[in-house]
Write a new protein. Structure first.
Length: 128
Protein backbone atom coordinates (compact mmCIF):
# COMPACT_ATOMS: atom_id res chain seq x y z
CA UNK A 1 0.00 0.00 0.00
CA UNK A 2 1.34 3.45 -0.80
CA UNK A 3 2.09 6.10 1.74
CA UNK A 4 -0.73 8.73 1.79
CA UNK A 5 1.85 11.52 1.77
CA UNK A 6 3.33 10.26 -1.51
CA UNK A 7 0.17 11.34 -3.34
CA UNK A 8 0.55 14.90 -2.05
CA UNK A 9 4.05 15.38 -3.45
CA UNK A 10 4.39 16.56 -7.05
CA UNK A 11 6.32 14.31 -9.36
CA UNK A 12 9.89 15.29 -10.30
CA UNK A 13 8.67 16.17 -13.81
CA UNK A 14 5.99 18.48 -12.37
CA UNK A 15 8.55 20.18 -10.10
CA UNK A 16 10.94 20.65 -13.02
CA UNK A 17 8.11 22.06 -15.17
CA UNK A 18 7.11 24.49 -12.40
CA UNK A 19 10.71 25.69 -12.01
CA UNK A 20 11.08 26.20 -15.74
CA UNK A 21 7.84 28.15 -16.02
CA UNK A 22 8.69 30.36 -13.04
CA UNK A 23 11.87 31.60 -14.72
CA UNK A 24 10.17 32.16 -18.08
CA UNK A 25 9.00 35.78 -17.49
CA UNK A 26 12.42 36.84 -16.22
CA UNK A 27 14.11 35.17 -19.18
CA UNK A 28 11.77 36.91 -21.62
CA UNK A 29 12.45 40.27 -19.94
CA UNK A 30 16.21 39.80 -20.19
CA UNK A 31 15.98 38.79 -23.87
CA UNK A 32 13.78 41.81 -24.69
CA UNK A 33 16.14 44.19 -22.90
CA UNK A 34 19.14 42.68 -24.66
CA UNK A 35 17.38 43.02 -28.01
CA UNK A 36 16.53 46.67 -27.33
CA UNK A 37 20.10 47.47 -26.33
CA UNK A 38 21.41 45.71 -29.45
CA UNK A 39 18.96 47.67 -31.63
CA UNK A 40 20.19 50.90 -30.04
CA UNK A 41 23.82 49.95 -30.72
CA UNK A 42 22.89 49.21 -34.35
CA UNK A 43 21.59 52.75 -34.78
CA UNK A 44 17.87 52.45 -34.13
CA UNK A 45 16.50 55.44 -32.23
CA UNK A 46 14.63 54.23 -29.16
CA UNK A 47 13.11 57.24 -27.41
CA UNK A 48 12.75 55.47 -24.07
CA UNK A 49 16.49 54.72 -23.99
CA UNK A 50 17.39 58.41 -24.32
CA UNK A 51 17.34 58.74 -20.54
CA UNK A 52 20.75 59.27 -19.05
CA UNK A 53 19.65 56.80 -16.34
CA UNK A 54 18.31 54.12 -18.72
CA UNK A 55 20.28 51.50 -16.81
CA UNK A 56 17.81 51.87 -13.92
CA UNK A 57 15.38 49.75 -15.96
CA UNK A 58 17.58 46.81 -14.95
CA UNK A 59 16.67 47.50 -11.32
CA UNK A 60 13.04 46.98 -12.28
CA UNK A 61 13.86 43.40 -13.28
CA UNK A 62 14.53 42.66 -9.64
CA UNK A 63 10.87 43.44 -8.87
CA UNK A 64 9.70 40.51 -11.00
CA UNK A 65 10.69 37.96 -8.34
CA UNK A 66 8.71 39.47 -5.45
CA UNK A 67 5.74 40.09 -7.76
CA UNK A 68 5.76 36.43 -8.80
CA UNK A 69 5.97 35.42 -5.13
CA UNK A 70 3.00 37.67 -4.31
CA UNK A 71 0.96 36.17 -7.14
CA UNK A 72 1.81 32.60 -6.10
CA UNK A 73 1.03 33.29 -2.44
CA UNK A 74 -2.26 34.95 -3.41
CA UNK A 75 -3.28 31.94 -5.50
CA UNK A 76 -2.25 29.58 -2.71
CA UNK A 77 -3.76 31.29 0.36
CA UNK A 78 -5.50 34.50 -0.69
CA UNK A 79 -4.56 37.92 0.59
CA UNK A 80 -2.34 37.57 3.62
CA UNK A 81 0.98 38.49 5.16
CA UNK A 82 3.01 36.66 2.50
CA UNK A 83 1.33 38.57 -0.32
CA UNK A 84 1.65 41.90 1.48
CA UNK A 85 5.31 41.26 2.31
CA UNK A 86 6.15 40.41 -1.30
CA UNK A 87 4.29 43.49 -2.54
CA UNK A 88 6.19 45.72 -0.10
CA UNK A 89 9.48 44.21 -1.35
CA UNK A 90 8.49 44.79 -4.98
CA UNK A 91 7.36 48.33 -4.13
CA UNK A 92 10.71 49.12 -2.54
CA UNK A 93 12.58 47.93 -5.62
CA UNK A 94 10.28 49.89 -7.94
CA UNK A 95 10.73 53.00 -5.78
CA UNK A 96 14.53 52.79 -6.01
CA UNK A 97 14.27 52.44 -9.77
CA UNK A 98 11.94 55.44 -10.01
CA UNK A 99 14.36 57.55 -7.97
CA UNK A 100 16.90 57.10 -10.75
CA UNK A 101 14.56 57.09 -13.76
CA UNK A 102 12.72 60.27 -12.77
CA UNK A 103 15.76 62.05 -11.26
CA UNK A 104 13.99 62.38 -7.94
CA UNK A 105 15.90 64.01 -5.11
CA UNK A 106 17.02 61.46 -2.53
CA UNK A 107 17.01 64.23 0.10
CA UNK A 108 13.33 64.84 -0.53
CA UNK A 109 12.20 61.24 -0.80
CA UNK A 110 14.38 59.41 1.79
CA UNK A 111 11.51 59.17 4.34
CA UNK A 112 9.83 56.71 1.96
CA UNK A 113 12.54 54.22 2.96
CA UNK A 114 11.46 54.60 6.59
CA UNK A 115 7.85 54.00 5.56
CA UNK A 116 8.85 50.93 3.54
CA UNK A 117 10.80 49.61 6.54
CA UNK A 118 7.74 49.98 8.75
CA UNK A 119 5.52 48.29 6.18
CA UNK A 120 8.03 45.46 5.88
CA UNK A 121 8.07 44.97 9.66
CA UNK A 122 4.25 44.93 9.75
CA UNK A 123 3.99 42.33 6.99
CA UNK A 124 6.86 39.99 7.81
CA UNK A 125 5.99 36.68 9.32
CA UNK A 126 7.51 35.63 12.63
CA UNK A 127 10.45 33.36 11.71
CA UNK A 128 10.94 31.75 15.13
Amino acid sequence: MSNPNENDLPSPAARKSRLASSSLPLGIAVVVIGGLLLARNLGFELFFLDFHNWWAFFILLAAIGPLQQAFSAYRREGMGAAVANSLVSAGAIIFVSLLFLLDLSFWTWWPVFVIIGGLYMMTSRNRS
